[in-house]
Design a protein around this ligand. Structure first.
Ligand code: MLC
Ligand code: AMP
Length: 502
């Protein structure tokens, strides 16, 4: 038994036709070719001496090759670790070292710049069009591979997620976590082999990899495979799709294009949104323009999907729907942990087969967020209405979500604080029409010193992926503090709420 292989990959051997389709409907990769590639990649991984349970880190362009590599890791019982393509070397080093990965794969074009990673792991290359050293190894390998036996509780993936304090944590995700959630979603959203899912999300996160790809594989539904979200390409592909999943920015960008309306979207069975809050106004505009009501759902890296508006029944804008089958969800008093009455705001806690097993080698952080009874403290503040629909009303954690990517202010502040002349800084999110929220950096200079914003930008460029960089900077004399000396971020959020307007 190898739960994910048996459910998602083995059936591909018996399926005709295309698994990945181009926007024009032509086949980019057939199911049977995908199955064979997974076998070749698994043999190549084993040939490198990797053993079940070893970690394989990858920073790869969205490509059929990356999917085959993920499949190869599953088949060979390896734990895969997909990394955002935006991370610079400094961030990658941490992930590869912390995870203890034995193999790191990057695009051939990045090999030279990432040479330092050899200190931590073997480095091979893999790129679109079967380019790179690993593709060459796989090309010479057999497509026949007997999947390595795995239990449901064996680990399948590590996804790194930032924390309010300190460095990113590797969320350990098991076969059971992924498979149980994919099964629930196929059922909840009525996916079948008749569907064609338009896939424009990145595949290094839960949304694009686990929600979209796993659901499609389980249902036997092909994907229209776009390398990234691009309005023109989405408009070209929509007539051949039945469903699409996206972050709110996808939908606001589509609405900005006059060509988007009933003619291209009216036939769709389902549009799904998640990863960040969608404004009620966007829900309304979308329905007025297309006649379609977006189905909004809520989830996170550590838990996969938690709640969903109903497929049949009322989809309520401003809510994320009801807990999915198998998910226990409570809205709790953050101090006592007791459930609060409906209508009152509290911390959202969840339990179920979908919930991860803890953070890699961080027992204290695991204990702080995962209760002994199995409930995970999400860090999201919610309120439950009398019909059992949940609304996310805020975050207990200091998180900023920009275009569906998470930014933890602490990480950005630490880089800015290290720049010469900076006494301290505070980073807060401000409303942004395209990204939903975007970070603003508020900086205080050391007495008598001045801050060179170019130096700040340069330091950010070295240390952090571009999407984490503040898009607005303010130099101030002092940060607002409460009587305890704590920086009042709420005051800053209010003060700079308008910086991206207009
Ligand atoms: C790219 N950039 C971003 C950004 N994405 N900046 C801030 N926020 C983002 N989300 C940077 C680029 O590096 C570029 O920098 C500049 O912004 C302009 O880029 P763009 O052309 O406008 O961006 P684009 O490439 O079109 O990407 C925007 C996007 C993309 C929204 C399409 O970010 C995206 O696909 N987001 C989806 C994220 C996602 O899948 N999240 C799921 C997480 S899982 P410069 O300066 O070089 O020009 C999860 C759990 C759950 O949360 O519930 O699902
Ligand atoms: P991540 O760590 O990338 O998995 O991000 C998960 C976070 O995204 C959650 O904790 C929520 O704060 C947020 N999120 C996901 N879906 C929604 C949604 N539909 N509405 C509001 N917030 C969401």
């Amino acid at each position: 038994m190898n739960p994910l292989y048996d459910a998602l990959i083995a059936p591909c051997a018996g399926r005709e036709g295309g698994f990945l389709l181009r926007a024009d409907g032509s086949v980019l990769l057939g199911y049977q070719d995908f199955h064979a590639d997974v076998g070749r990649y698994a043999n190549a991984l084993v040939g490198l001496g990797l053993e079940p349970g070893d970690r394989v880190a990858m920073q790869l362009e969205k490509s059929p090759e990356m999917l085959a590599l993920v499949g190869g890791c599953i088949a060979a019982g390896l734990v895969f670790l997909p990394l955002n393509t935006g991370y610079p070397a400094a961030e990658l080093e941490y992930f590869v070292e912390n995870s203890g990965a034995r193999l790191f794969l990057c695009d051939p074009g990045k090999r030279e710049a990432l040479g330092a990673l050899e200190a931590f792991a073997r480095v091979e290359t893999l790129g679109p069009g079967a380019a790179g050293s690993f593709a060459a190894l796989a090309a010479g390998a057999s497509a026949a591979f007997a999947p390595v036996a795995r239990d449901e509780d064996d680990l399948a993936a590590f996804l790194y997620t930032s924390g309010t304090t300190g460095r990113s944590k590797g969320a350990m995700i098991s076969h059971r976590n992924l498979l149980s959630n994919a099964r629930v979603l196929v059922e909840a959203w009525r996916f079948t082999g008749e569907d064609v899912l338009l896939h424009a999300l990145p595949i290094f996160h839960t949304h694009g990899l686990f929600v979209a790809t796993n659901v499609a594989l389980l249902a036997g539904a092909p994907l229209i495979w776009l390398e990234k979200f691009d309005v023109a390409q989405v408009l070209a592909a929509l007539p051949r799709a039945t469903t699409m999943m996206g972050v709110p920015t996808f939908y606001t960008r589509l609405l900005e294009d006059a060509r988007f309306g009933r003619a291209v979207a009216g036939h769709m069975r389902l549009f799904i949104s998640g990863s960040a809050p969608m404004l009620e106004e966007t829900h309304r505009q979308f329905e007025a323009r297309t006649g379609q009501r977006i189905l909004e759902r809520y989830g996170m890296t550590e838990t996969n999907m938690l709640t969903s508006n109903p497929y049949e029944g009322e989809r309520v804008a401003g809510t994320v729907g009801r807990p999915l089958p198998g998910v226990e969800l409570k809205v709790c008093d953050p101090v006592s942990g007791d459930t609060v009455p409906d209508g009152e705001v509290g911390m959202i806690e969840v339990r179920g087969e979908n919930v991860f097993g803890g953070y890699w080698q961080m027992p204290e952080k695991t204990a702080a967020e995962l209760r002994a009874d199995g409930f995970f403290i999400t860090g999201d503040l919610g309120v439950m209405d009398e019909r059992g629909y949940l609304s996310i009303v805020g975050r207990g954690k200091d998180l900023i979500i920009s275009g569906g990517y998470n930014i933890y202010p602490k990480e950005v502040e630490a880089v800015i604080d290290d720049v010469a002349g900076v006494l301290e800084s505070a980073v807060v999110g401000a409303p942004h029409a395209d990204f939903g929220e975007s970070p603003v950096a508020v900086i205080v200079a050391e007495p008598g010193a001045s801050v060179d914003l170019d130096a700040v930008q340069a330091a950010l460029g070295e240390a952090l992926a571009r999407f984490k960089h503040p898009r607005h900077f303010e130099l101030v004399d002092a940060l607002p503090r409460n009587t305890m000396g704590k920086v009042q971020k709420a005051t800053l959020r209010e003060r700079y709420a308008g910086v991206f307007a207009g």
